[in-house]
Write a protein that binds this ligand. Structure first.
Ligand SMILES: Cc1ncc(COP(=O)(O)O)c(C=O)c1O
Length: 140
């Protein structure tokens, strides 16, 4: 590389690029929803859930408003509650533990593998033992 060459910095996150590419279709979709006023479970929601089911092969898709709601819905569907322990990775967002407490269950944090950042199996075993020692039932 020529030492006199000036390189343009590349932004780490360029939200404007997404706006340039998708802005018109997003504006049109928002306008459509504002026109028909079906803000909850309208045709766009049905279309999204169908597209996700087709893409993933899942039998059912239930969309929701946030990642937090998605995590909470899964725990509620599995009847997680008081007396249960849910093993959570330490390398995560606070919502992961927050939703466990919302069900009345207890989050038990376990380390992640330093190479993969997935839950470390040995730490998971220790977390399960710790939960049991405290009278909790490890369920998820
Ligand atoms: C790993 C993880 N779980 C859950 C959430 C919560 O998602 P939301 O902010 O949409 O509720 C986040 C948000 O960044 C996340 O990174």
């Amino acid at each position: 590389m020529n030492q006199h060459m000036q390189l343009e910095p590349i932004p780490f996150i360029d939200i404007a690029a997404q706006r340039r590419r998708l802005g018109k279709s997003i504006d049109d979709a928002v306008a459509r929803v504002l026109d028909h006023c079906q803000f909850i479970n309208g045709p766009e929601v049905t279309a999204l859930e169908k597209a996700l089911a087709d893409y993933s092969g899942a039998k059912h898709v239930v969309s929701c408003a946030s990642g937090t709601d998605a995590l909470l819905m899964v725990l509620m569907a599995k009847n997680v509650g008081p007396g249960d322990a849910v093993l959570c990775p330490t390398f995560t967002f606070c919502a992961t533990g927050e939703v466990v407490t919302l069900t009345g269950a207890t989050p038990v944090f376990v380390d992640v593998d330093k190479e993969t950042f997935n839950i470390d199996v040995n730490s998971l075993k220790r977390g399960i033992a710790t939960a049991r020692a405290r009278g909790l039932k490890p369920v998820a």
